[in-house]
Ligand binder design. Structure first.
Ligand SMILES: Cc1cc2nc3c(=O)[nH]c(=O)nc-3n(C[C@H](O)[C@H](O)[C@H](O)COP(=O)(O)OP(=O)(O)OC[C@H]3O[C@@H](n4cnc5c(N)ncnc54)[C@H](O)[C@@H]3O)c2cc1C
Length: 266
C-alpha cells in the first residue's frame, strides 16, 4: 500500500507529511510529521490521525501527541496491532508519505486540569507514555514542579525503550536540560521479563516500594499531583490508590489532584 501517493490523499486538507519513522520493536514505532501552522495544542493532548481506506473514506484513531507544544513538528508513538484496521497499515509509513490529522486537540492530561503541587507523578503502561513524552519535554512542567516522576510499566524491556530514550535525552535538551537537573525520577517496571523493578506499578505504589526506592514520601493531597494513562485495569487501580490517598479527580473545568486518560479503548 502506498499511502501518500494516491491522488485522493494529496487533496486532503488535513494531510501531513511524514518526516521520520523509528521502529522500537516488532510491536512499537514512533514517527514525526509536519505540523499544520494553525495547530495549537497543550502538551498532553490527543488528536485524531489516520489514513484513507481503499474506499476513499478516512480511517481515524485517537493518538496522543508525543512532542511538546513548542515543537515545529508533531511526534506520535504507536502500537502495531497485527490485524488492527489502522496500525496494520500505519506501521508501513515512510518519510514522504502522508497521514491525515484532524487538528482538534483535546484531553485531560494537561497542566490546566491540576492544581499547583510540588511533585508530578506520570503513571502509564505501554503507549500510554506518549502524552508524557510531550509533557516531559515542555518547560512548563519543570517550572511548575519541584520533582517529576515517570513510572512506566510494560511487559518487556524492549517495550520500555521509547520512554527510556526520552528520559535519557532530557538532561542534554538545550531548552530544558538545566531545569531537569536533580528533579527527574524514572521508575520503569516490567511484568513479563526480569528487570530492576518487576511487576505492575500499581502494586509498587500499593506496597510503598516505589516511594522507598526513589526516596520520596507517599502521596498527599497537598504535595502530589498524578496523571494516569494506561489500560483500563491500570487506570482503575491508580484512581483507587489516588482516592485512598485523599486525592480528587480533576478536569479542565475543575482542576484538582489527579487526572486519567485511556491509552486505548479496550
Ligand atoms: C485518548 C486515546 C489516545 C490514544 N493514543 C494512542 C497513542 O498515542 N498511541 C497508540 O498507539 N494508540 C493510541 N490510542 C489507541 C488508538 O486510537 C488505536 O486504537 C490504535 O492505533 C490501534 O488502531 P487499530 O485501528 O490498528 O486497531 P483498533 O481496532 O483500534 O484496536 C484493536 C485492538 O488493539 C488494542 N489496542 C489498541 N491500541 C492499543 C495500544 N495503544 N496499546 C495496546 N493495545 C491497543 C485494542 O484494545 C483492540 O483490542 C489512543 C486511544 C485513545 C482512546
Amino acid at each position: 500500500m502506498n499511502v501518500q501517493t494516491t491522488p485522493a490523499a494529496r487533496t486532503l486538507p488535513d494531510a501531513q507529511t511524514v518526516t521520520s519513522v523509528h521502529h522500537w520493536s516488532d510491536t512499537l514505532f514512533s514517527f514525526r510529521v509536519t505540523r499544520p501552522r494553525s495547530l495549537r495544542f497543550r502538551s498532553g493532548e490527543f488528536v485524531m490521525i489516520g489514513l484513507l481506506k481503499d474506499d476513499g473514506k478516512p480511517l481515524l484513531r485517537a493518538y496522543s501527541i508525543a512532542s511538546p507544544s513548542w515543537d515545529d513538528e508533531l511526534e506520535f508513538y504507536s502500537i502495531k496491532v497485527p490485524e488492527g484496521p489502522l496500525t496494520s497499515r500505519l506501521q508501513r509509513i515512510a518519510p514522504g508519505d502522508e497521514v491525515m490529522l484532524r487538528p482538534k486537540p483535546v484531553g485531560t492530561l494537561v497542566h490546566d486540569a491540576l492544581l499547583p503541587g510540588r511533585r508530578l507523578w506520570l503513571v502509564c503502561t505501554g503507549t500510554g507514555v506518549a502524552p508524557f513524552a510531550s509533557l516531559l519535554r515542555d518547560p512548563e512542567t519543570w517550572e511548575r514542579y519541584d520533582e517529576v516522576i515517570l513510572a512506566h510499566t510494560c511487559r518487556s524491556n524492549a517495550e520500555l525503550a521509547y520512554g527510556a530514550a526520552i528520559v535519557a535525552a532530557l538532561p542534554e535538551d538545550p531548552l530544558i536540560g538545566e531545569m531537569v537537573s536533580g528533579k527527574l525520577h524514572y521508575y520503569p517496571t516490567t511484568t513479563r521479563e526480569p528487570s530492576q523493578y518487576e511487576g505492575r506499578i500499581s502494586d509498587h505504589i500499593r506496597s510503598g516500594q516505589v516511594f522507598r526506592s526513589l526516596g520520596l514520601p507517599e502521596w498527599t493531597p497537598e504535595d502530589d499531583r498524578v496523571m494516569v494513562c494506561g489500560n483500563l485495569a491500570l487506570n482503575k487501580d491508580i484512581m483507587q490508590l489516588c482516592e485512598t490517598a485523599g486525592l480528587q479527580e480533576g478536569a479542565n473545568s475543575a482542576p484538582a489532584q489527579f487526572v486519567v486518560e485511556k491509552a486505548f479503548l479496550d
